[in-house]
Write a protein that binds this ligand. Sequence first.
Ligand code: ATP
Ligand code: SKM
Ligand code: MG
Length: 172
Amino acid sequence: MRNLILVGPMGAGKSTIGRLLAKELRLPFKDSDKEIELRTGANIPWIFDKEGEPGFRDREQAMIAELCAFDGLVLATGGGAVMRDANRQALHAGGRVVYLHASVEQQVGRTSRDRNRPLLRTANPEATLRALLEVRDPLYREIADLVVETDERPPRMVVLDILERLQKLPPR
Ligand SMILES: Nc1ncnc2c1ncn2[C@@H]1O[C@H](COP(=O)(O)OP(=O)(O)OP(=O)(O)O)[C@@H](O)[C@H]1O
Ligand SMILES: O=C(O)C1=C[C@@H](O)[C@@H](O)[C@H](O)C1
Ligand SMILES: [Mg+2]
């Protein structure tokens, strides 16, 4: 295995689960969103505001390429990283990919207290999340080695499930 890469929608728990997995596996943890903010010196809402979504996606593509070139990272990606072909190729080649699945209802609950997601600053975040998941679900599945359910399961249980199922995966 090279890296262990988490994909999935906003609120699936990529950042939360990624940090716990890294601790468990004693590997470094990187969160693509956080790395983009550090590199840019600005937060994601500011980048969307000044450069639009295409500007953010360009920064994201460069960061995904950079992070996937590492060996032995646990990597949490942004929810929209799978939208670009180049990212899907880099992620698939970069290691084992785990799709953290969450229902739209759970995503709404987990993201409602947080204003850091510019795409959810809409009149109806639930409708936005539903529309995004419809487009993105097949793309997450396209590159995933494992699909893991996160609804009604605490992070610790999701982590144990991932670790157990990773061991049973055949080599690629
Ligand atoms: N399995 C879970 N059960 C309950 N709450 C969870 C679970 N996983 C994550 N959460 C909570 O949901 C919120 C969002 O989680 P997190 O930031 O890890 O999602 P994310 O997938 O990284 O989202 P984004 O794509 O926007 O970065 C956090 O408050 C976190 O504590
Ligand atoms: O789902 C998305 O498109 C996004 C998810 C977040 O992780 C951030 O990458 C950003 O807010 C965009
Ligand atoms: Mg995150």
